[in-house]
Design a protein around this ligand. Structure first.
Ligand code: G3I
Length: 347
């Protein structure tokens, strides 16, 4: 039988990937072939975000989301909805709502309409995305300014009612940080104390070769699992490029653009060197060893993209770089990191 990621880890956790709009629309492509062979879970990279799916108060746009769900059903996949309530990529009309009752009504319409449409088809929802600051306090988004932290409980309550069988997740980045971890623990306990259903914490996992440490990641897995919820790694990638702010400190953050085209910001314009391939492979090996150690606590590991040619990291935080953060390269070929990860299960 062909050895693949999904086969290798089938008794451990789902192996997922994000899909961009063009990947959802394509069929019979190299992407589709890899998708079928390697993955058993999918997340829409952008097409279920509020600005896309609910661009005007009375207008929903379901074309791409419907295709996405049909694709997942065709391949028998675990289908994720991303994301119901997020301050970013929010429709402009929703950004302008300043009254809490009105906002609650609009959130209700949004969640009911979308979650019910895909009831029994979307298996897991990222219900609330990125509601916390790095120190674990609540982010001052429009949702928070208008409703306080109540918007979170409301969203989970509505999602649970709209599809009682769907798994409901709180999703955020840098959840390995001790202060942010404490904020999530508080958030989950608070929902549980109100009798509101939450099934999982999604650790996005936009990581690098250097960090976070395995110890910080492990401490978060343990802290979330201790609450009785599952952990998922929802947006895994490992950047191999330097961060502009590491070079020049805070001043750089004002103008990342000044580094566009700077060769030291793009050290692998064609392919990774062998040494860098090895480093990436070692990092992925360490990460997956940790995941396997805690497989009883982990529901899913999703990569944020199918292959290096299509990752958001080619354009973040500065445009036009050649990043190599995933297990498949620009030719859809498996990298050394892929073989190292597979070898953990196929000795
Ligand atoms: O579709 C438009 C296109 O019409 C337009 O010409 C072009 C010009 O800028 O922009 C295109 O939209 C871009 C979109 O991706 C689709 O490619 C947006 O500018 C761009 O901002 C957007 O970036 C997405 C980002 O979320 C936005 O915050 C990335 O693809 C997506 O990977 C990223 O995903 C997020 C997760 O949802 C949440 N966690 C963090 C993660 C990484 O930022």
């Amino acid at each position: 039988p062909p050895i693949s990621l999904k086969e290798s880890f089938k008794n451990d956790f789902y192996i997922g990937t994000a899909l961009s709009r063009s990947q959802i629309n394509q069929s019979n492509s190299k992407t589709t072939a890899l998708l079928e062979k390697e993955f058993n879970a999918i997340t829409p990279e952008n097409d279920m975000k509020w600005e896309q799916i609910h661009p005007q108060k009375d207008t929903f746009f379901f074309d791409v989301a419907d295709k996405y769900v049909a694709l997942g059903e065709k391949h028998n996949m675990h289908i994720i909805g991303h994301t119901l309530v997020w301050h970013s990529q929010l429709a402009p009309w929703m950004q302008e709502v300043k009254d809490s009752l009105t906002m609650a009504q609009y959130i209700e319409t949004h969640i009911n309409t979308i979650v019910k449409r895909y009831k029994g088809k979307i298996h897991t929802w990222d219900v609330v995305n990125e509601a916390l600051n790095e120190d674990g306090s609540f982010r001052t988004s429009n949702f928070y300014e208008v409703m306080g932290e109540d918007f979170i409980a409301l969203a989970f309550k509505l999602a649970a009612k709209a599809d009682p069988d769907a798994k409901l997740v709180y999703n955020d980045y840098n959840l390995w940080k001790p202060e942010k971890r404490a904020g999530v623990v508080k958030l989950v306990k608070n929902l549980q104390a109100q009798g509101i259903k939450i099934d999982g914490v999604g650790m996005q996992a936009h990581w690098s070769l250097e960090g976070p440490t395995l110890e910080d990641i492990e401490n978060s897995i343990l802290a979330y699992a201790a609450l009785g919820v599952k952990v998922s790694f929802t947006e895994l990638d490992v950047t191999v490029l330097p961060n502009p702010w590491d070079l020049d400190g805070a001043a750089v953050e004002q103008s990342y653009a000044q580094f566009e085209g700077d060769p030291k910001m793009n050290p692998y314009p064609v392919a990774l060197t062998d040494a860098a391939q090895m480093q990436l492979a070692k990092r992925y090996e360490d990460i997956f060893k940790l995941f396997l150690k805690h497989k009883d606590k982990i529901e899913r590991v999703t990569f944020w993209g199918v292959n290096d040619g299509q990752t958001w990291l080619n354009n973040w935080p500065i445009n036009g770089r050649t990043n190599h953060p995933l297990l498949f390269d620009r030719n859809f070929e498996p990298k050394k990191a892929y073989h190292t990860v597979l070898a953990l299960k196929n000795k």
